[in-house]
Design a protein around this ligand. Structure first.
Ligand SMILES: Cc1ncc(C[n+]2csc(CCOP(=O)(O)OP(=O)(O)O)c2C)c(N)n1
Length: 680
């Protein structure tokens, strides 16, 4: 049994006071959760978490996620006390200041912070992804006597996270998947911003999690019962076939005059409150940011244990390398995030002689060709496998072996109808290292996961959305399923590739860039309907994000399009040619990638002195950046067979040709500059 004494209590009170000091100095932040959670955090970090502050990226470290990210001061204080170079005392003093290493919510770029949290619910869903990743690595690489992967994922979440749908989605899946390597803590302090949770949140959280298949434990006095917390974690570690949730009943802002109220959730404590707090805890009320040496000594001793745990693991890994050299080399490659030599040779290429194929099918063909060559790929779909075509026929499902449906080495995840959870889980898998997750849903429903997609971009997670049924071209399902604003929304995200390939070569380019750009997530929008293989397309050209597909001398207009509209634009150019009008066609499958090309290249594609018409069966929003005139759909779509819907909206060769001619007419006699040219 783990026992505790006065130095533990002093360390806990130091965490509380440092948290209060940090928030007070910033005059901004959330002191309540750190003060209430200090005992739990102390027990997790000092007694259970396996980590080495001198090497925050040690692969087999336990992962820790603070899902209630507003309580980040707690995590910063811990990083500091355990001796992470990323968090010096000055960094605590610079909390929330511009350019500091201690931003307002946890950001994964800080060593010791695994995932960016703050948007409630995301962190615990990321933790599910981290646990899936560990289970898969263990099932793939561990050998008898060589548990090269055996880390746990620990996560704290509060009432806020537990109310969010994304957490429910991910936790429900975690229960099904029997992730015994996931241990979470529910901070039951009864308070959110609006006050007591009685106004909005009265369910029995543990009963709900039990129904999901979780093991649950309750520590009734989370403010003081350190032994109880430790005992609960010991018990949770022994439950290997269920994720565990330990409900810890705590007092928000413990020690403050405002303890137990929402006033202490998100506002600094007043100076007199902090002084009485320190006095109460036997610390010097005249000092701030003060840590007594015995507290540092305690935590540094634990840090040293972490360093030797890593050394032992390194020894184990050397022996493993001798016994299983190929596996060891492969695991090292995966950890480094290097793709296998020559993998790209498996990317399919096409010629115009090849048949018209739906780009979702082209994607399926591609996945089938690269899946064995890229063991880091771990796929899935939100219950649309047969529509997204995301499953390689020979892949095994990631499932608990006891279900008889697959095993933990499986590389295909049945996410169920949980798009948001899927997005957040993919972020967690990506954060673990050694994986490139991809998953399918209809493009329109990527919007359901927008919160997670945004964090993929912000945290630079390489995750790939296989977003099929990408337009009105899906036809009969109608406006509820037909994306209009979706691409504009995701194109507006910084650090986001949004591919909409027009044919087979462009689909290969989309995957090539998505698989090689380690720090940028991707959405690959794919058609349900067949698309012709275009004359003039190539992986190389499309990999620039945009290129001239059809070029004629003395062109009078450029038609720039994406995806299914590129082929129609090519036919429109033929209609125009019959009227002696010359048109060039530009395909622009990914704005993000195109924007990164040289000015010279971009201006060669979209030059001065020629009017440019954009064509895409979506909102015209954003196309002003690349065109003078836009042809799109600024309303909801319509239900009907796809060819009829296209005709209804006039996205036909004739409809496009008519608008191209009108564009030429409109700009006749007016000098036109490339839309790429702007004042700054
Ligand atoms: C998705 C999302 N919605 C809203 C917020 C704003 N917000 C920050 S903390 C909070 C309440 C959280 O309550 P709880 O988890 O109980 O934290 P505690 O009061 O215990 O610190 C809210 C609504 C947010 N960060 N993320």
């Amino acid at each position: 049994m783990t026992t505790f004494n006065d130095i533990d209590r002093k360390a806990i009170n130091t965490i509380r006071c440092l948290s209060a000091d940090g928030v007070a100095k910033a005059n901004s932040g959330h002191p309540g959760a750190p003060m209430g959670l200090a005992p739990l955090a102390h027990v997790i970090f000092n007694n259970f978490l396996n980590f080495n502050p001198k090497n925050p990226n040690w692969f087999n470290r336990d992962r820790f996620v603070l899902s209630n990210g507003h309580g980040v001061m707690l995590h910063y204080v811990l990083l500091h006390l355990f001796g992470y170079d990323s968090m010096k005392m000055d960094d605590l003093k610079q909390f929330r200041q511009l350019g500091s290493r201690s931003p307002g919510h946890p950001e994964a770029e800080t060593d010791g912070i695994e995932v960016t949290t703050g948007p409630l619910g995301q962190g615990i869903a990321n933790a599910v992804g981290l646990a899936i990743a560990q289970a898969n690595i263990a099932a793939t690489f561990n050998k008898p006597g060589f548990a090269v992967s055996d880390n746990f994922t620990y996560s704290i979440f509060g009432d806020g996270c537990m109310m969010e749908g994304v957490a429910s989605e991910a936790m429900s899946l975690a229960g099904h998947l029997q992730l015994g390597n996931l241990i979470s803590f529910y901070d039951d302090n009864h308070i959110t911003i609006d006050g007591d949770i009685n106004v909005a949140f009265t369910e029995n959280v543990l009963a709900r999690l039990e129904a999901y298949g979780w093991h649950t434990i309750w520590v009734e006095d989370g403010d003081n019962d350190l032994e109880g917390i430790a005992k609960a974690i010991e018990e949770a570690k022994k439950v290997t076939d269920k994720p565990s949730c330990i409900k810890i009943t705590t007092t928000i802002g413990f020690g403050s005059k405002l303890a137990g109220t929402h006033s202490v959730h998100g506002a600094p404590l007043k100076a007199d409150d902090i002084a009485q707090l320190k006095e109460q805890f036997g610390l010097d009320p005249t000092k701030s940011f003060d840590v007594e040496q015995d507290v540092y000594d305690l935590y540094h001793a634990k840090a040293a244990k972490g360093a030797s745990a890593e050394e032992s693991w390194n020894d184990l890994f050397s022996k493993y390398s001798a016994e299983y050299p190929e596996l060891a080399t492969e695991l090292q490659r995966r950890i480094k995030g290097e793709l296998p030599q020559g993998w790209e040779k498996h990317l399919p290429t096409y010629t115009p002689a090849d048949p018209a194929i739906a780009s979702r099918k082209l994607s399926e063909i591609l996945i089938g060709k690269v899946f064995d060559a890229l063991p880091e790929l771990i796929g899935g779909s939100a219950d649309l496998t047969g529509s997204n075509l995301t499953r390689y026929s020979k892949s095994v499902d990631f499932q608990p072996p006891s279900t008889g449906l697959g095993d933990y080495s499986g590389r295909y995840i049945r996410y169920g109808v949980r798009e948001h959870g899927m997005g957040a889980i993919m972020n967690g898998i990506s954060a673990y290292g050694g994986f490139i997750p991809y998953s399918g849903t209809f493009l329109n429903f990527v919007s359901y996961a927008a919160g997670a997609v945004r964090l993929s971009a912000l945290s630079e997670h390489q995750v790939i959305w296989v977003a099929t049924h990408d337009s009105i071209g899906l036809g009969e399902d109608g406006p509820t399923h037909q994306p209009i604003e979706t691409l504009a929304h995701f194109r507006a995200l910084p650090n986001m590739q949004v591919w909409r390939p027009a044919d087979g070569n462009e689909t290969s380019a989309a995957y090539y860039k998505s698989l090689t750009n380690k720090h940028t997530p991707s959405i690959i929008a794919l058609s349900r309907q067949n698309l012709p293989q275009l004359e003039g397309s190539s992986i190389e050209k499309a990999s620039k994000g945009g290129y001239t597909l059809v070029e004629v001398e003395n062109a009078q207009v450029i038609i720039v399009a994406t995806g299914s509209e590129v082929g129609i634009a090519v036919d429109a150019a033929k209609v125009l040619a019959e009227q002696n009008i010359k048109a060039n066609i530009v395909s622009l499958p990914d704005w993000f990638t195109f924007d990164q090309q040289s000015e010279e290249y971009k201006l060669s594609v979209l030059p001065d002195n020629i009017p440019i018409l954009s064509v895409e069966v979506m909102t015209t929003n954003g196309w002003q950046k690349y065109s003078h005139q836009q042809f799109g759909i600024n309303r909801f779509g319509a239900s009907g067979p796809a060819p009829e819907v296209y005709k209804f909206f006039e996205f036909t060769p004739e409809g496009i040709a008519k608008r191209a001619a009108a564009t030429i007419e409109f700009y006749k006699g007016t000098p036109v500059r490339s839309p790429l040219k702007t004042a700054f």
